[in-house]
Design a protein around this ligand. Structure first.
Ligand SMILES: *[C@@H]1O[C@H](CO)[C@@H](O)[C@H](O)[C@H]1NC(C)=O
Ligand SMILES: *[C@@H]1O[C@H](CO)[C@@H](O)[C@H](O)[C@H]1NC(C)=O
Length: 815
């Protein structure tokens, strides 16, 4: 972006105007007024460890006219900016919405303020304005809600191991029935922890359940070899999701480690082996080199030390720039940038006959945020010696990675000397770390203005992924010497496909839907914009799950989307999406089935590509999804089971698995539990009375309303018919039950019993005998001889017979 900006500045020939009191430059030379565009910039307040949206009505108000184009870019050229948190996206339109731009605080106690540098670019019909500005961020230290305890770990001695991260260290408070809490370390991609590492057995490479995390015996191991500070920090994030997988809360925090035996971090200090001054020739852009300015620190990597300019130069005193953008004064830089010759002093354009001395004040900041005392740095600007050689033009060189270019084309570098140009030689004194100078085809460090003029001085870049290769030249005419910085800016060619920087996979339950967060899947591209990286699923597609985009705002083209009325979101199955969709929380995976009794794996194979034309495409990667079983299917009737049996009157009859058997995919069949929900009832519509009961086979007087399949299999449960005579008709009795598996899924059923009458009792006989006169006749009546049987109501059905006719006395007969 900076390169493009530079190019554009030179193409449009926009002149840079005066710096304002903040030391920033306003490229304004127009009727477009800055105040009319950037109407208000009130700063934001971010709650500790959390994120806020930038409000386009109250926080940052930008006025645009219809038809004009306007966008804002977050600058990342200030090492002291965006340390406690991060503004995203990196580029956004001026008419951003209330939920489009966020500042996320990463949970460190210090610093408590941030200043984000931004660039607003406004394109009207006839002109373009660039407004650099700062957004002030204040961290508001309110309690986290999810992480309710955060105590330091401690390491008893150097190179030791800490106590485990358990509930005495971290406590998460949430409703465990309704929400899922997950936590992970953010140390990959971060400089923290600085002096050790977490020993987690790889468990924290993906999100981990909060309760499992505090039981997993994860510890910190101190590994630092040099003089160690007594504090270290592990950056972490905890997330709360609801049952549907929606992110409900997200909190960043730092886990502190006390290193006993470590020492209090010491502040960095300026290194007085450096001169703390520089001498420059009037008008000559001069590099600040490590022999002029240096700092040291007992604990930090020297490259990571930051110089903060605490009292900037005034406009008449020139300014400090980075060669990444030589038109934008900077207020801080890394010591590494000094070594790379990227920091330069640009003297004022005002002429002077006398030597001028300007003073800058610096502080050094180390990686822990400790600050040195302020110290002074002198700049001596010498008047021009009219007889010395002069650089009359120095635009620097801009070339693509791996290219070679003559230094003297399009007037990159022009040198003159009033009296003896022929005697002038130019030599390389520093820099040139990623390329070579060739003069007439051979490696040389020395050339003449004549060589430049004829275009035989060629810079050849080595093709590495470097963005600058500045050179300090010294020109001499034999008597006078002048040093100057020649910036070489290397524009990366987009020759690298994006790389996957997070791919943890996903764990969910059967039929669940979960968002795929940037912690699980993310890609980055060194030479193009990350948000437009495109993910594409390579066929064949999964048959057991789908990838979805979900959003609550109405999509631009609603035709390919479906509205899910239950969740009130628009949904669309996709096979490609952008990195932005992931960071916006729109990407979901949904397991669609079928039922699994064991954990099964789903996956999608995907590639990523950048937005070049043609795009650079990565190789294939695999995103793995573990689908945990969830028992949500009810038991089913075992095939061939009759659900009926025939019972003889009065006969206690046990059930067997042939007649009553259910089976379940996830539970053992024998654990299935039956509950009688309607006891045995006569199905006779006219007389639906209770009819018998279910009892224990061994103790028929014990009625049961609950039993298991195991009891059925072992014949422990019986039907006890009622103790009444049935008469002659069969009865059909039915009872209803539910059958439930161990996870509580249940099915309902009915069991039918055919109760057969059995004639097991003789008819009751009335036999009074009678008296008859000799030769008389007596008509037998039911009063004297009768038979009744409970099962036979029709009296006419009884057959009377004489069981022993031979013994009949022979004195009478029956007609
Ligand atoms: C850097 O300097 C500026 C200007 O004096 C000051 O406001 C800021 O707090 C300093 N930053 C640090 C980290 O010391
Ligand atoms: C990336 O794309 C550029 C432009 O299409 C192409 O020249 C280059 O070879 C590609 N590189 C790779 C590694 O695919």
């Amino acid at each position: 972006m900076l390169h493009r900006l530079l190019l554009w500045l030179s193409l449009t020939g926009l002149a840079l105007a005066q710096p304002d009191s903040t030391g920033l430059f306003y490229a304004l030379r127009s009727e477009l007024s800055e105040d009319a565009i950037l109407v208000a910039n009130n700063g934001i307040r971010v709650p500790f460890g959390r994120s806020v949206f930038i409000d386009p009505i109250n926080d940052l108000v930008i006025q645009t006219q219809p038809g004009d184009r306007c966008s804002i870019t977050v600058l990342d050229n200030d090492p002291l900016s965006q340390r406690p948190g991060h503004l995203s996206p990196k580029k956004f339109p001026c008419d951003f919405g209330p939920n489009d731009v966020t500042y996320s605080h990463f949970g460190s106690r210090s610093p408590a303020k941030d200043r984000v540098r931004l660039h607003l670019r406004y394109d009207a019909q006839t002109e373009t304005v660039i407004i650099p500005f700062m957004m002030e961020v204040e961290v508001v230290f309110t309690q986290l809600e999810l992480l309710t305890k955060n105590m330091p770990l401690s390491v008893a001695n150097l190179k030791g191991i800490s106590n485990p991260i358990d509930k005495k260290i971290l406590e998460f408070t949430y409703d465990r029935d309704s929400y899922k809490c997950e936590v992970t370390s953010l140390s990959s991609g971060s400089a923290l922890p600085r002096y050790g590492r977490l020993v987690d057995g790889g468990k924290l490479s993906s999100m981990m359940d909060c309760d499992e995390f505090t039981q997993a015996d994860i510890r910190y191991e101190h590994t630092f070899d040099r003089k160690s500070p007594n504090r270290d920090y592990v950056p972490m994030v905890v997330e709360l999701h609801d049952k549907e997988g929606n992110l409900v809360k997200q909190e960043y925090f730092h886990l502190m480690i006390r290193i006993k035996g470590g020492e209090e971090n010491t502040a960095p200090k300026p290194s007085f082996v450096s001169m703390m001054m520089m001498e420059v020739s009037q008008f000559v852009m001069t590099a600040l080199t490590p022999d002029m300015l240096a700092a040291e620190d007992a604990e930090s990597d020297p490259d990571e030390l930051i110089f903060n300019i605490t009292s900037p130069l005034s406009y008449e005193e020139g300014y400090i720039v980075s060669t990444d953008d030589r038109n934008l004064p900077i207020t801080s830089f890394y010591q590494r940038d000094l070594r790379d010759l990227k920091i330069a002093y640009k003297p004022p354009s005002l002429d002077s006959d006398t030597e001028r001395i300007f003073q800058l004040e610096f502080q050094v900041v180390d990686t822990d945020g400790a600050v040195s005392d302020p110290f002074a740095f002198m700049i001596v600007v010498k008047p021009m010696n009219s007889l010395a050689p002069v650089v009359t033009r120095n635009t620097g060189q801009l070339l693509y990675e791996g290219q070679s270019r003559p230094l003297f084309t399009a007037h990159n570098l022009e040198i003159s000397d009033e009296d003896n140009l022929d005697a002038v030689t130019i030599t390389v004194v520093d820099g040139l770390r990623h390329g070579d100078l060739m003069v007439l085809g051979s490696h040389r460090k020395l050339f003449t203005p004549g060589d430049l003029m004829t275009g035989v001085v060629v810079y050849q870049h080595d093709g590495s992924d470097t963005y600058s290769d500045n050179i300090v030249f010294k020109m001499s005419d034999g008597k006078n010497e002048v040093e100057f910085l020649f910036p070489i800016t290397i524009v990366p060619t987009d020759d690298e496909p994006p790389i996957i920087n997070a791919n943890t996979g996903l764990v969910l339950f059967k039929n669940q839907m979960m968002p795929i967060s940037p912690l699980m899947l993310s890609a980055a591209d060194i030479d193009s914009e990350d948000s437009t990286i495109k993910f594409t699923i390579v066929p064949p597609f999964s048959t057991i799950g789908t990838v979805l985009l979900r959003q609550s705002d109405a999509p631009e083209d609603p035709s390919s989307w479906k509205f899910n009325a239950e969740d009130e979101v628009y949904e669309k199955e996709v096979t490609e999406w952008l990195q932005k969709d992931i960071t916006d929380g729109k990407l979901f995976y949904k397991h669609t089935g079928p039922h699994n009794t064991d954990t099964i794996m789903d996956q999608f194979v995907f590639t990523v590509q950048d937005d070049n034309d043609p795009p650079n495409e990565s190789g294939e990667s695999v995103f793995v999804i573990r689908v945990l079983p969830i028992d949500d299917v009810p038991p089913e009737l075992f095939p061939g089971t009759t659900l009926q049996m025939t019972v003889q009157e009065h006969k206690l009859t046990h059930f067997s698995k042939e007649v009553l058997r259910y089976t379940d995919l996830d539970s053992e069949d024998r654990d299935l539990k039956y509950t009688v929900i309607q006891p045995p009832i006569d199905t006779d519509e006219n007389n639906p009375v209770l009819f018998g009961s279910l009892v224990l086979t061994d103790r028929p007087d014990t009625e049961v309303t609950e039993f298991t399949q195991a009891q059925i299999n072992h014949h422990k449960i019986s039907y006890g018919p009622p103790d009444v005579e049935l008469g002659i008709t069969a009865h059909v009795v039915q009872f209803r039950y539910t059958v439930e598996d161990t996870a509580g899924n249940s099915a309902e059923g009915a069991f039918t019993i055919y109760l057969q009458p059995v004639n097991n009792k003789p008819p009751q006989i009335t036999n009074t005998g009678f008296t008859v006169f000799e030769r008389g006749m007596h008509i037998l009546s039911v009063a004297e001889l009768d038979a009744t049987d409970l099962r036979h109501r029709e009296q006419t059905d009884y057959l009377y017979s004489n069981p022993a006719p031979k013994t009949w006395p022979g004195s009478g007969c029956i007609h």
